[in-house]
Design a protein around this ligand. Sequence first.
Ligand SMILES: CC(=O)SCCNC(=O)CCNC(=O)[C@H](O)C(C)(C)COP(=O)(O)OP(=O)(O)OC[C@H]1O[C@@H](n2cnc3c(N)ncnc32)[C@H](O)[C@@H]1OP(=O)(O)O
Ligand SMILES: O=CC(=O)O
Ligand SMILES: [Mg+2]
Length: 530
Amino acid sequence: MSTQTTGIEVVGALKAQYEEILTPEALNFIEELEQNFGARRVELLQSRQKRQKEINQGKLPDFLPETKQIRNGDWTIAPLPQDLQDRRVEITGPTDRKMVINALNSGAKVFMADFEDATSPTWENIIEGQINLRDAVNRTVSFENPNGKKYVLNEETAVLFVRARGLHLEEKHVLLNGKPISGGFFDFGMYFFHNVKNLLARGSGPYFYLPKLESHLEARLWNDVFVYAQERLGIAQSTIKATVLIETIMAAFEMNEILYELKEHSAGLNCGRWDYIFSYLKKLRNNDDVILPDRSQVTMTAPFMRSYSLLTIQTCHRRKAPAMGGMAAQIPIRNNPQANEEAFGKVRVDKEREAHDGHDGTWVAHPGLVPVALEVFNREMPIANQIHTAKQQKITVTAQDLLEVPGGTITEAGVRTNINVGIQYVASWLSGRGAAPIYNLMEDAATAEISRSQLWQWIRHPKGNLNDGRKVTAEMYEQLKLEELEKIKQEIGEQAYEGGRFDEAVRLFDGLILKNEFVDFITLPGYELL
Ligand SMILES: CC(=O)SCCNC(=O)CCNC(=O)[C@H](O)C(C)(C)COP(=O)(O)OP(=O)(O)OC[C@H]1O[C@@H](n2cnc3c(N)ncnc32)[C@H](O)[C@@H]1OP(=O)(O)O
Ligand SMILES: O=CC(=O)O
Ligand SMILES: [Mg+2]
């Protein structure tokens, strides 16, 4: 079915209620965003390729000489609204109806509803996600489980943020002049269009997370989108607030500049640790000095990760902006109290380090972890945030610190885990679930990117050897893959395996690992299969 408006065309199926989101007025607004900003998005994506080429030729990422004045200048972001002063615990999750209610009721200060890493962007997930968020803002959202359990919002709920898709992702079910539009502009635009007035009437505001930025020019693009959107709907400038994820190695060198570009709309920065590891590996993949050990060994205490976290705190607080921490991947383990306590212990240590260092809040992936993170931040952070404390203001983080290669080993178990978890995740994503519990860890698009890029690199890197001396090769991958697929079949059962899009997942995964050309994001070839 297709609905034609001026130049913009919806080619996705129109199920019940979809027209309530895809109104002619909302589509006109999206069309204007794409008309005004679509070409710049494409140019910025080309700039990413250009910078990658320079890195491949040996030019390492560094702080930009041309923006030194901004780094040295004395400026701050605009004051934060009242409901963004205290963000000590933020829960994240997909925009699934039940989860939206559970997250808003979880006791966390903020719920980040995610159209990015935790969402497989099927047309249904995207449009139903918008319906769910609209109903959440209206406070009419409800849900009934097949077992009769009913879900409604509590009196007091978390503040809502929405993470729009990254600039690299398109929405192929909405075309402008026959071409797919930006997924991020769609997510932002629809949520803003349908909810801004209601959010303001309820004393909150249109709050966003912006993922995977690679430069301050990308932040400038988003700022221009915000300025346009506010003007167009008659909303006061500076109403929109956005937290930018520092989750690419390139953005780590432009934190000041990103805050500066968005300074009227900024709600600080967040350490998106999983994509950051992926980006470090992706950008430096052709550098013979750079290689990462097993995924489990690349933690926030690795020197390059710690430098990045501390620099985020220093930069944000100098600019009076919140510096949000990141996501520990552990989730509750039912039916095994000891393993559960160990998992909670790991989350606790992670959050203690973040709070102690000076982060103003942190992320959790599951309602069961909200009390764990809250207890730590309540203990370590007796006031609403640490923006005005002097923590980390005296440290110096250099380009070398940010690029320092971590030590550690590559093991056969690490290779196996990357294959096993990577394929299971891709199968889940293709089946419409963008976040999945696998071996008691939260897996999403960002963690899967690490798994597959490590395999790609270990096969090709001169130092891609196991701790027992064997070189990681394509043949080893093929052999271990067969064994891991058998293991998965045993664990989840033949029926779930057959119904789980595993064959397509394996073909997609093989393409990512075995082709010499590095694919920028799993979700790009993945989206062709959705
Ligand atoms: C790298 C990054 O970008 S991190 C941010 C992106 N990633 C995420 O947001 C992941 C968020 N987390 C999740 O999606 C989920 O916790 C998963 C997929 C990891 C595990 O989900 P499940 O297997 O459903 O967990 P589990 O069975 O323990 O859930 C128990 C209850 O908690 C709810 N729940 C679990 N996680 C969440 C969440 N993040 N938000 C809201 N509710 C949640 C479930 O809906 C379920 O509710 P019910 O008891 O009312 O039925
Ligand atoms: O988006 C968060 C991340 O860690 O990646
Ligand atoms: Mg991410």
